[in-house]
Design a protein around this ligand. Structure first.
Ligand code: MN
Length: 429
C-alpha cells in the first residue's frame, strides 16, 4: 500500500473543524450512513465537524459511483474494491481542499451534531476472532494458571461465528441481558439478569470485495478484500458465558448486542500507520505457509492507540470526568494481522461477502494500564476498581456508560481518529 497526495500532511481542507488534531482531517475521509431528523438514510463522508452528503453531491461524482452511493447501505459500494474507493478518495480530497469547489460543495455539508449515524452496511455475517494474545493469556490464566494458552493458539487464528442481527451503531442502549447463571457453589442454574456484564475493546474489519465459495483468499491478496476498520464493543455477560460456553463456545453471553463506531475508516486512510507485526517470541512456531507473507510481516500491524472510559450515573450527576479504564495499542496486542484473519477465515473455502464484519477479539496490552475488559481489570471480579465518585466496580452496573476511542498518530503524518463507540447500560426488561 503506497502513500499518495491524499496522505500529504501539508494538505488542508477549507471545512471547519478539519484542522490537524481532529478525528476527521482531510487525510481520513471515512464513509458512513447518516440521517437527519425524519430524513432518509444516505451515505456521507466525515470531514471536520461536518458530513458531506454524497447523494447531494452526485454531479461531483462519476456515474458508476452514483448508483452505488444512492443506496442507504454501503454493501454495493464496498464490493467495488480498492480501485474505486481510492478514486473516490482522490476526488473528495480534491474538492474538499481546493477553494475553487467550495461554493458548490459547501451547501452539501451537514453538521455532525445534527445527524444520527446508522450501521453502514446490511451485515450478512459477523465473526469474532481472539487474536489479542495478552487477553487470551489473561483470561486463560483465570482458568488454567500454569497453561493459559491452549496448544492451538499459536497455529490457528481462533474465532467463532457471531450474530449479525444484534450489531448496532454507537449509542444503542445496552439492555442488561437475562440468562442462565450458575455460580460455582450453586447446584443448579437460575434464570435472571446478568450480574457480570462486561465490555470488550476490539477493532472491527469491514470486508470489501468478497470471495467465491470454495475459493480461499491468498494471504498476499487479503488486503484487497479489507475495505476499512471501525471500533467494536463485544458486550459480554461473563456469568452466562462461563455456564454456557462448553462445548460449543460463545452464544447468548455475546449475541444480545455488539456496538460499533459508525464510520468506515478506509485501509487507505490508515496506510501511513502500518507497522511491522511484533516479532514472534523465541520458540513460537512460524505461521503455516498459507498464513505467512513477508509484506504482511513488515507492514501488517496497525499503529492505533486505544482508550476506554467509564462514567457512572453518579459521576455524570457530579460532573466528574469519565474514569479512564485503559490506554493501549492495537499493534502490540495482535498476535495475528488483519490479513491473516481474513485469509484464515476463507482458507477452507468459506465465502466472505461485502459488508461482512469481523472483530479482532479483545485487544489487551501486556500491562495493567492496557487491559481491554473488566474481566481482566478486576481479575475476574476479585479486585474491584475504585472510581473518583467513591463507587467500586468489578463489572458494569445499570447507568454505566462505556466509551471506546481510537486514533492514529505519528511524526510526519496527520493524526486521524476512528471516532467513538458508546453504550450505556439500562436495566433488564
Ligand atoms: Mn470478543
Amino acid at each position: 500500500m503506497t502513500l499518495d497526495q491524499t496522505h500529504d500532511p501539508k494538505l488542508a481542507s477549507w471545512v471547519e473543524g478539519a484542522e490537524p488534531g481532529s478525528d476527521f482531517p482531510i487525510q481520513s475521509l471515512p464513509i458512513g450512513i447518516f440521517s437527519e431528523a425524519k430524513g432518509l438514510r444516505r451515505p456521507g463522508v466525515a470531514i471536520g465537524d461536518y458530513i458531506l452528503d454524497l447523494t447531494a453531491s452526485a454531479d461531483l461524482l462519476d456515474e458508476e459511483w452514483r448508483e452505488d452511493l444512492s443506496q442507504p447501505i454501503l454493501n454495493a459500494w464496498l464490493s467495488r474494491g480498492p480501485e474505486a474507493h481510492r478514486a473516490l478518495r482522490q476526488r473528495l480530497s480534491e474538492i474538499l481542499s481546493d477553494e475553487r469547489y467550495r461554493d458548490d460543495v459547501e451547501i452539501n455539508l451537514i453538521g455532525q451534531s445534527e445527524v444520527r449515524m446508522h450501521l453502514p452496511c446490511l451485515i450478512g455475517d459477523y465473526t469474532d476472532f481472539y487474536v489479542g494474545i495478552h487477553h487470551a493469556t489473561n483470561v486463560g490464566k483465570q482458568f488454567r494458571p500454569d497453561n493459559p494458552l491452549l496448544p492451538n493458539y499459536k497455529y490457528v487464528p481462533i474465532g467463532y461465528h457471531g450474530r449479525a442481527s444484534s450489531v448496532r451503531a454507537s449509542g444503542e442502549p445496552v439492555v442488561r441481558p437475562r440468562g442462565q447463571r450458575k455460580p460455582p457453589e450453586a447446584d443448579a442454574p437460575e434464570y435472571g439478569p446478568s450480574r457480570r456484564l462486561d465490555y470488550e475493546l476490539e477493532l472491527g474489519i469491514w470486508i470489501g470485495r468478497g470471495n467465491d465459495l470454495g475459493q480461499p483468499i491468498p494471504i498476499g491478496e487479503a488486503g484487497q478484500h479489507i475495505a476499512g476498520y471501525c471500533l467494536l464493543n463485544d458486550w459480554s455477560a461473563r456469568d452466562l458465558q462461563a455456564w454456557e460456553y462448553q462445548p460449543l463456545g460463545p452464544f447468548l453471553a455475546k449475541n444480545f448486542l455488539t456496538s460499533i463506531s459508525p464510520w468506515i475508516v478506509s485501509a487507505d486512510a490508515l496506510a501511513p500507520f502500518r507497522t511491522p507485526m511484533p516479532p514472534r517470541p523465541e520458540g513460537d512456531p512460524d505461521p503455516l505457509p498459507y498464513l505467512s507473507n513477508d509484506a504482511d510481516r513488515q507492514s501488517g500491524g496497525l499503529s492505533i492507540q486505544l482508550e476506554v472510559t467509564l462514567s457512572t450515573e453518579k459521576m455524570r450527576q457530579q460532573r466528574q470526568a469519565p474514569h479512564v479504564l485503559s490506554r493501549g495499542r492495537a499493534d502490540s496486542a495482535m498476535y495475528w494481522s488483519a490479513a491473516q484473519i481474513v485469509t484464515h477465515h476463507s482458507s477452507n473455502g468459506c465465502n466472505l461477502q461485502p459488508g461482512d464484519l469481523i472483530g479482532t477479539g479483545t485487544l489487551s496490552n501486556d500491562s495493567d494500564q492496557g487491559l481491554g475488559s473488566l474481566l481482566e481489570i478486576s481479575r475476574g471480579g476479585k479486585q474491584p476498581i475504585e472510581l473518583q465518585s467513591g463507587e467500586k466496580r468489578s463489572f458494569l452496573e445499570d447507568g454505566d456508560e462505556v466509551t471506546l476511542r481510537a486514533w492514529c498518530e505519528r511524526e510526519g503524518a496527520v493524526r486521524i481518529g476512528l471516532g467513538e463507540c458508546v453504550g450505556r447500560v439500562v436495566s433488564a426488561y
